[in-house]
Design a protein around this ligand. Structure first.
Ligand SMILES: *Cc1c(COP(=O)(O)O)cnc(C)c1O
Length: 372
C-alpha cells in the first residue's frame, strides 16, 4: 500500500521567523511627521525598505499619508512604482546613469542630480523631449560622497541656462553626523545649506534624515527624509523612547546536547567549555544577517533567560549556551528570540560592532516573514 504523501513548505521549512509590525511602522511615520511639522515627511525605502520589503512597506506609508518616496537606484524605482498610486512621487538618490534618463522621465521618476554631468544629462533629456523635467539638486556639505562641490554650485548659479528646463523641486544635502548631536559637523553642514539657499533662492530645502529630525526645527527644512527610524532603529540618544520597534526575529533550535567540561565549540574551537554545559544549535548564521562578529559575544533569549552565543557564528547556524534553562526546555523547532523584547535591534547591532542599518539590510530571505 502506498502511503499518501503530502508535501508542503511553510514555516517549518525555514530557519526562523521575522515579524514586521507594519502598524508600528505607520506609527513611527506619524511620530516623525509630528516632529518635523511644518516640514513634509517623506520615506526612504531604498535597499528594499532596509530589507523589510519596499512593496509591503510603501503602501502602508502611503495610507499613513506619505506621498514622497526615496530609493537609491532606478531599478528600485521601477520595482516600487506598481505598488503605489499614481500621485506618489519616487525620487532616486543616486541619480541616473547615462542612458537611464529617457526611461526615468517616461516613468515620472525624479532624480537627485549629484553632479554637473547629471544636470547636463537631465537638461539634454528635457530638450530632447521638449518639456520641463523635475529634479532635486544635491550639494556636498561634508561627506565627499554625492552632490555638487561649492565651485560647481557657484558655476550653476551663475549659469541658470545649464538647467533652464529643469524644475528644481528641492535643494538637498545629507547629514554626516546626525547620530551625534554634539558633533559640530551638524551646524557646519546647516550653515553651508543656508549659503546654498541664498545661492538658489526660493527653492525648498530637503535636509534631515532620521537623526536630523530629532535635532530640531533648524534641521527639518521643507522635506525630511527618514529611513531607519521608520523601521524601528533609534538614530540617536535624542530619539530614545520615541520610536516603536518594528522587527522581531526568532530562530529555531535544531539540536541540543550536553557536553562535559573541556569540550570545543565551533570553527577554530574559540570556545572551550569550563564545566558541564547544555548547548543548543540555532538555525541561523551570518548568511542570515547575524554577523560573524557576534561570535562569543551576542546572545539569544528564551522566556526572559539570556542564552550567550558560544564559539563562532557559522554560515547557517550558531551555538548558544542553554545551561540556564531547565533540561528539555528547548525541543527541536523551538523559536528563541534574537531581536525582541529583551534585546533590541540596536543592542544586537552594538554587540556586532555595527549599526542597526547593516543588521536590517542583511537579514535576507531565509526567514519566514510575517507582516502584522
Ligand atoms: C539613506 C539616506 C537617508 C535616510 O537616512 P536614515 O539615517 O536612515 O534616516 C536620507 N538621505 C540620504 C541621502 C540617504 O542616503
Amino acid at each position: 500500500m502506498d502511503m499518501p504523501i503530502s508535501l508542503s513548505l511553510n514555516t517549518e521549512a525555514l530557519s526562523g521567523c521575522l515579524t514586521i509590525d507594519l502598524t508600528a511602522l505607520a506609527e513611527n511615520y506619524r511620530t516623525l511627521c509630528r516632529l518635523a511639522e511644518p516640514a513634509e515627511t517623506s520615506a526612504v525605502v531604498k535597499a528594499d525598505a532596509y530589507g523589510l520589503s519596499a512593496t509591503k512597506v510603501a503602501p502602508v506609508l502611503y495610507a499613513a499619508g506619505c506621498r514622497k518616496f526615496f530609493v537609491a537606484h532606478l531599478k528600485e524605482a521601477a520595482a516600487l512604482k506598481p505598488a503605489l498610486p499614481d500621485d506618489a512621487q519616487i525620487f532616486i538618490l543616486n541619480g541616473l546613469m547615462p542612458g537611464g534618463e529617457t526611461y526615468a522621465s517616461a516613468q515620472g521618476f525624479i532624480p537627485v542630480l549629484n553632479s554637473l554631468e547629471q544636470v547636463a544629462n537631465w537638461q539634454r533629456t528635457a530638450t530632447m523631449l521638449g518639456k520641463r523635467l523635475p529634479a532635486l539638486l544635491q550639494f556636498d556639505t561634508g561627506m565627499s560622497r554625492l552632490g555638487l562641490s561649492p565651485d560647481e554650485a557657484a558655476r550653476l548659479a551663475a549659469h541658470p541656462e545649464l538647467m533652464q528646463d529643469i524644475d528644481c523641486l528641492y535643494i538637498m544635502s545629507h547629514l554626516a553626523s546626525a547620530d551625534e548631536r554634539e558633533s559640530v559637523q551638524n551646524a557646519d553642514q546647516l550653515a553651508d545649506m543656508q549659503k546654498y539657499r541664498q545661492l538658489f533662492p526660493g527653492i525648498p530645502l530637503c535636509f534631515a534624515n532620521s537623526g536630523g529630525i530629532f535635532m530640531g526645527q533648524s534641521f527639518t527644512g521643507d522635506l525630511v527624509r527618514p529611513g531607519i527610524a521608520l523601521y524601528g532603529g533609534v538614530p540617536s540618544d535624542l530619539a530614545e523612547g520615541a520610536i516603536r520597534p518594528v522587527v522581531r526575529l526568532a530562530v529555531r533550535v535544531i539540536q541540543t546536547r550536553t557536553v562535559p567540561a573541556g569540550t570545543k565549540v565551533g570553527y577554530g574551537a574559540t570556545h572551550v567549555t569550563t564545566r558541564e554545559t547544555r548547548l543548543a544549535t540555532l538555525a541561523a548564521g551570518y548568511a542570515d544577517g547575524l554577523p560573524r562578529a557576534l561570535s562569543d559575544r551576542g546572545a539569544a533569549w528564551f522566556n526572559g533567560v539570556r542564552l550567550p552565543i558560544v564559539g563562532r557564528v557559522s554560515m547557517d547556524s550558531m551555538t548558544v549556551d542553554i545551561s540556564a534553562l531547565p533540561e528539555g526546555a528547548l525541543p527541536l523547532g523551538t523559536l528563541v528570540d534574537i531581536i525582541g523584547p529583551q534585546q533590541s535591534l540596536e543592542e544586537v547591532a552594538a554587540q556586532a560592532g555595527t549599526i542597526s542599518y547593516e543588521i536590517l539590510t542583511s537579514l535576507g530571505q531565509r526567514y519566514h516573514r510575517i507582516y502584522l
